[in-house]
Write a protein that binds this ligand. Structure first.
Ligand SMILES: *Cc1c(COP(=O)(O)O)cnc(C)c1O
Length: 454
């Protein structure tokens, strides 16, 4: 392996023994989280009141390039990893492209997505600290499901605040969480102060991820022996998800394949940040030059149309401030079917890389995304999640460009999960009733106007 200071891979297997922390190699580090009360960077002590101590330390660690995966977490990973890196032969043939298309498939576990990679790491940190349990929010439900699985494995209590519309529209996800022993509360709820406040101001609201985060944070800081955990956006989550990229790079190297283009969908940025991390390291060090593309929904375009500014991570403004590409924490995205991509901001790490011109971003409409999803499903035999299908759409577009130019590029994309719980979305696409919503400049301006003045 190039550039890895000690032997981190298992024999005859791509699974790494350590996560890779891209921040250590970034020239411009991501901006620190700020305490909104003082405007100063948050301290380890402050963060440890919200997050498990080990995770708070990871959040602030900009120096250690490799962080060993604890043995217990490693053993859990072995149940479903390494995840397959698949050559999409049938898709290539269908498109008639000379390009070689590869996808890293993260849907091979009951949670159906990459989120389990971080859920087990976070639950383990809580267990090691001797906590009783954790609180979190979930939108579409993938993160809540992953966390419920990790907590049941480690015998921890798991309290999930689920965005109310999803709670009502996705009863099966909710039941998977309950099957794994989690308690699930529709958000906003009467169980927290911030929930009651939001309900008083917006009676009948279906909630949002930002609201659910506020409730979960409040529930953690007011319950003894609990901490809050988050499934995306944070530096620690990108760290855990680096396993996706490390495995991908090891598998490609085994066959001497050098990617030209690396593509991933971006909600809060965790799967993309994980997938690209070792490739970005090589790019930053001048060892290779890859095109890296983030794909986001046109209905929630934080990178392509957002502002790079300090903002709250939640609607209730109870979290520290993060510098990121954001649409403003009050922005409530259109209820598109890509639930996992409906977040107003973007990981600080990816925001900095994007601002430095090290990666590109594009946005796509949901009807185009589902057309790509169906095309993929019919030839590759996998029913992709709506979120993942954003990456599929751009992978197909790039492969079609290769068809025009005759170039045999290597295209790698992240297939983050399966879409079996998203059949209402597929139904509306199949019935031809799916719509596209693209926010107007005025709507975005309203979100920017509410950005905190820093
Ligand atoms: C949550 C989720 C995403 C988006 O989250 P990121 O943190 O941006 O990776 C993408 N795909 C699936 C299947 C998800 O569950």
């Amino acid at each position: 392996m190039t550039e890895i200071p000690y032997k981190i891979y298992l024999e005859e297997n791509e699974m790494p023994r350590a996560w890779y922390n891209l921040r250590a190699d970034m020239v411009n580090k991501p901006a620190p989280l700020l305490d909104p009360a003082t405007g100063k960077p948050v301290t380890l002590e402050q963060l440890s009141a919200i997050f498990c101590s080990e995770l708070a330390a990871q959040e602030l660690n900009n120096t250690d390039a490799y962080i060993e995966i604890p043995q217990e977490v490693f053993e859990f990973y072995r149940m479903y990893r390494p995840s397959p890196l698949v050559r999409a032969y049938c898709l290539e043939e269908k498109l008639g492209t000379p390009a070689h298309i590869y996808y890293k498939f993260e849907g091979n576990n009951t949670s159906g997505s990459h989120k389990l990679n971080s859920a087990i790491a976070q639950a383990y940190a809580a267990k090691k600290q001797g906590l009783k349990g954790v609180t979190t929010e979930t939108g579409a439900g993938q993160w809540g499901t992953a966390l419920a699985m990790a907590c049941s494995y480690l015998k921890l209590d798991c309290r999930v605040y689920m965005v109310k519309v999803s709670y009502e529209q996705k009863p099966f996800r909710r039941e998977v969480m309950r099957t794994y022993g989690a308690s699930v509360t529709p958000s906003p709820s009467e169980t927290t102060e911030v929930g009651r406040k939001i309900l008083a101001e917006h009676p009948g609201t279906g909630g949002s991820l930002g609201c659910a985060i506020s409730e979960a944070v409040e529930a953690a800081v007011t319950s003894d022996g609990y901490r809050y955990v988050l499934g995306s956006v944070l530096n620690q989550v990108l760290l855990h998800q680096s396993i996706i990229g490390l495995e991908t790079q090891a598998a490609l190297q085994k066959y001497d394949i050098v990617p030209d283009i690396i593509i991933g969908c971006a909600g809060g940025g965790s799967n993309l940040g994980g997938l690209i991390s070792p490739f970005m390291r090589d790019k930053i060090k001048g060892k290779a030059d890859y095109r890296i593309i983030a794909v986001e929904p046109a209905s929630c375009p934080s990178l392509t149309r957002g502002r790079y500014a300090y903002d709250f991570c939640d609607t209730g403004k109870v979290t520290p401030l993060a510098k990121m590409y954001t649409l403003g924490c009050d922005f409530i995205p259109f209820a598109s079917h890509a639930g996992g991509l409906r977040y107003h901001g973007m990981s600080s790490i990816l925001s900095q890389l994007y601002d430095d011109g090290l990666m590109e971003a594009v946005s796509v409409k949901q009807t185009d995304v589902f057309a790509a999803a169906v095309e993929f499903a019919r030839v590759e035999g996998l029913l992709p999640a709506p979120e993942s299908s954003h990456a599929i759409k751009i992978a197909i577009d790039e492969a079609l460009k290769c068809k025009e130019t005759g170039e045999a590029k290597n295209i790698v994309f992240g297939l983050t999960g399966t879409g079996y719980f998203d059949m209402y979305a597929y139904e509306s696409f199949n019935n031809g009733t799916m719509t596209d919503y693209i926010p107007t400049d005025e709507e975005l301006e309203a979100g920017f106007a509410a950005l905190p003045k820093i």
